[in-house]
Design a protein around this ligand. Structure first.
Ligand SMILES: [Zn+2]
Length: 319
């Protein structure tokens, strides 16, 4: 195809369930998407081997699509990451501790490799190519199995002193509430994540875990318990977002992740609940993310492109 740009980068978003991959043209067009199961039960060493194999496959695809090898790779990972060092310090879902991801991939591929945090990279993708466009200050909040946030200002996502800024899922919104995987109680994640919605519904009804999408469907159909679980999640999210807004005063909040697929059934009640909590000010606008689960992978591609263009500091935000 004549419109296919010869210059590509490859992108990898390493998650606990699956590894997403893409071949992306210089203009941001995604030429190819791939997915592989992560299977972290095999142990961290096996997961990094799988990632290297996925990268090889993607590089080969890029070569077949355009006739030339990719120019660079971008990779993003969850957990505690050291972006400057290119390492994953700790990612429980991947069984990774101190894994030099950038170095391993660069050595394996013989390409320049950019490395970042999955949620912050997703925020970058929404900033430049999605629902954050035109905003100099927004918070990207993917609500999926967990809940996180990327605080994006001036085209960059805040990392914090230890690389863990944006752990919104562990903000306590129900003191003394349900035990969280982090060791705390009543974290936002225990009420409002997709996993929590599914778990709470299963517990209250005695039926097997249906998944958050089914709970949402049942709530819409008028099942009272599903409706209550959904409403609880909305109220808890509003508490978390109100705290976020009070502290950061973002111009908008971009809701992503699996739960955002509920569309207006989530955003409409959430907008009302947030406004109720922020009566002293104009609440930030709530909008749905544009890239859904692909945001992290697209962000990885942007990091790779930034690397080719001379590093993120040399690139003005495309807002
Ligand atoms: Zn927690």
């Amino acid at each position: 195809m004549s419109h296919v740009a010869a210059e590509t980068v490859i992108a990898l978003d390493i998650g606990g369930t699956e590894i997403k991959g893409a071949v992306v043209a210089q203009d941001g067009t995604v030429l190819r998407n791939e997915r592989w199961p992560t299977r972290p039960g095999r142990g961290g060493a096996a997961v990094i081997d799988t990632v290297l194999g996925c990268a090889t496959e993607l590089a080969e695809r890029a070569r077949r699509l355009t006739g030339t090898p990719p120019r660079a790779a971008g990779v993003v990972a969850p957990g505690l990451v050291d972006e400057a060092a290119g390492t994953v310090v700790k990612a429980v879902n991947l069984d990774w501790h101190d894994i030099p991801v950038r170095h391993r991939l660069a050595e394996h591929l013989g390409l320049p490799v950019a490395f970042g945090h999955d949620v912050r990279a997703g925020g970058l993708a929404e900033a430049r190519l999605g629902a954050g466009r035109g905003s100099d200050s927004f918070v990207f909040v993917p609500v999926g199995t967990g809940i996180a946030a990327a605080v994006v200002t001036g085209g960059h996502a805040l990392t914090g002193a230890r690389g863990i800024a944006g752990e919104l899922g562990h903000l306590v919104v129900r003191p003394g509430g349900e035990r969280c995987a982090c060791g705390g109680r009543g974290c936002l994640e225990t009420v409002a994540s997709a996993a929590a919605i599914a778990r709470r519904h299963a517990r209250l009804t005695g039926t097997p875990d249906l998944g958050a999408e089914d709970v949402h469907r049942r709530a819409t159909a008028g099942e009272p318990v599903a409706g209550q679980v959904w409403a609880d999640a909305v109220e808890a999210l509003a508490d978390g977002l109100a705290a976020t807004a009070a502290l950061l005063d973002p111009e908008r909040i971009v809701i992503g992740g699996g739960l955002a697929r509920a569309g207006a059934d989530l955003l409409a009640p959430l907008t009302t609940a947030l406004a109720d909590r922020l009566a002293f000010r104009t609440p930030p606008r709530l909008v749905a993310a544009q890239h859904g689960r692909a945001a992290g992978c697209l962000g990885a591609a942007l990091l790779a492109r930034d690397l080719l263009l001379g590093g993120p500091s040399a690139v003005p935000p495309e807002v």
